[in-house]
Design a binder for this molecule. Structure first.
Ligand SMILES: [Mg+2]
Length: 289
């Protein structure tokens, strides 16, 4: 199959979702996508690389799982900002081993995940490459000025996580917390998604907000997971967020924001080391499987 045929085929798979996206004026088939935002909304953009040997192994995931994972990572970033997904652009570098069947499975997984969250595949690019490399640029929308950010946590806020944690070894598929993120708009003071582990990500949130976090209990754990994994393994793609004590939000309360050293996080009185999943340092080629 040549590139033109492949693009045509991807366009056919993507069409149902694109048709439902009212703001998409022009998608796959033209030189570039045209998106007309609704009045009173801000657009939110994210891009996420998914690289063979870094984020996944060839035999560690099926093609469909790899597609869902590549898409889920970007959708999780939109969730963290409280955004409604709109469209995505997907660029894929294909290694020799990735045959037609794999590419088909990959796009089925990716488009299926995008469709579930109302995200239209609006275009992208294809190339040969030495390993499989996928970049998913996703765009969402949020009410003007209301995007959830990392820097809004205030002393006295309660800290929540959206679900059980345990890291990439324990977790099956990514379930982007889009619905929850949208519910938190106007309620949460700060939010982010947990890509690198609670210890490191909460440090980032606290550093951005200039506050300290006091965790007074362990986060809920995935079956078989250790606290160590929940804190440091990464790739849970749940949300961590803060809200004033009087504001009711869904989720699991794990602690509170206190006055102290910006970025410091303690768990039951013990300072947490902020190591987590950091690229180029820890895992090398042992990506998620
Ligand atoms: Mg993120």
């Amino acid at each position: 199959m040549n590139e033109l045929e492949l693009v045509k085929r991807i366009g056919r798979w993507a069409r149902p979702g694109a048709k439902r996206a009212r703001e998409l004026i022009e998608g796959i088939g033209d030189d570039a996508a045209v998106w007309r935002p609704r009045a009173g909304e801000d657009l939110v953009f994210t891009t996420d690389l998914f690289v063979e040997g870094v984020h996944f192994r060839r035999r560690g995931l099926t093609a469909e799982e790899a597609g869902r994972r590549a898409m889920g990572r970007s959708l999780s970033d939109l969730a963290a900002m409280g955004a409604r997904p709109g469209f995505c652009l997907v660029s894929l570098g294909l290694a020799r081993w990735a045959d037609q069947e794999w590419v088909g499975g990959f796009f089925r997984g990716l488009i299926g995940m995008a469709d579930r969250f109302g995200c239209a595949l609006a275009g992208g690019d294809l190339s040969e490459a030495r390993v499989v490399v996928c970049d998913v640029m996703a765009c969402g929308a949020v009410k003007k000025g209301m995007a959830l950010r990392r820097d809004g946590a205030r002393v006295g806020d309660v800290i929540y996580v959206s679900g059980a944690l345990g890291g990439w070894r324990r977790r099956g598929e990514i379930e982007p917390r889009i619905a929850l993120g949208r519910k938190l708009v106007g309620k949460a003071t700060a939010a982010m998604d947990l890509s690198d582990g609670l210890a490191l990500d909460l440090y980032r949130l606290c550093a951005a907000s200039g506050v300290e976090a006091r965790l007074d209990r362990a986060p809920p754990l995935l079956e078989g997971a250790t606290i160590e994994e929940a804190l440091h393994a990464g790739e849970d793609y749940e949300l961590v967020y803060t809200a004033p004590a009087g504001v009711r939000v869904p989720g699991h309360r794990v602690g509170e924001i206190v006055k102290g050293k910006a970025g410091r996080v303690t768990l039951m009185g013990r300072p947490l080391e902020r190591h987590g999943y950091e690229h180029f340092e820890s895992r090398g080629d042992s990506g998620s499987d």
